[in-house]
Ligand binder design. Structure first.
Ligand SMILES: Cc1cc2nc3c(=O)[nH]c(=O)nc-3n(C[C@H](O)[C@H](O)[C@H](O)COP(=O)(O)O)c2cc1C
Length: 146
């Protein structure tokens, strides 16, 4: 199957950092993540604020599931809460092996506030549209490193 016709999935999760991550630790995390993601055709956006993470990951389902299994047991964070996992037609963040940004606490709280709207904690078939709009708007307006 040509790469362009592989079914794409999107995952969104939220987690709590276990400790404050210093810039060097974040850089190390991102460097490794980007190298891995590039090889697996995975893309996305990672937000870090208020000692919390929110990550959007997009790519082929097997690679996505395999990576998420590792991410879930990563000791750098806990309380990993899946907000959304579903097939998508196209990527929202196609150019980023893993975009990274540190939003202001206010903006991050706004985005995570929508988590409460998810129908079932753990898996919402449809993420709140507001969350998605917020993420996209955020990604476009903030300085995102890639
Ligand atoms: C918040 C967070 C986001 C992460 N995102 C990615 C990612 O996008 N890609 C990736 O390969 N690893 C990511 N990791 C790292 C993985 O959890 C794991 O350390 C990595 O896949 C290396 O696994 P390995 O030691 O088995 O090679 C992330 C870790 C954390 C804490």
């Amino acid at each position: 199957m040509p790469a362009s016709s592989v079914p794409l999935f999107r995952l969104v999760y939220h987690s709590q950092a276990t400790h404050l991550l210093r810039p060097a630790a974040l850089t190390a995390l991102l460097e490794k993540a980007r190298a891995h993601n590039q090889g697996q055709w995975l893309t996305g956006l990672l937000l870090y604020a208020e000692n919390q993470f929110m990550q959007v990951l997009e790519g082929p389902e097997p690679a996505l599931t395999a990576l998420y299994a590792k991410i879930k047991v990563d000791p750098r964070h806990r309380e990993v809460q899946t907000l959304h996992f579903a097939p998508v037609e196209r990527r929202a963040f196609p150019d980023w092996r893993m975009g990274f940004a540190r939003p202001s606490p206010e903006k991050f709280r706004q985005a995570t506030g929508f988590l409460n709207l998810a129908a079932t904690p753990g898996l919402a078939a449809h993420p709140p549209r507001e969350l998605w709009e917020q993420l996209r708007e955020f990604a476009q307006s903030e300085q995102v490193s890639r």
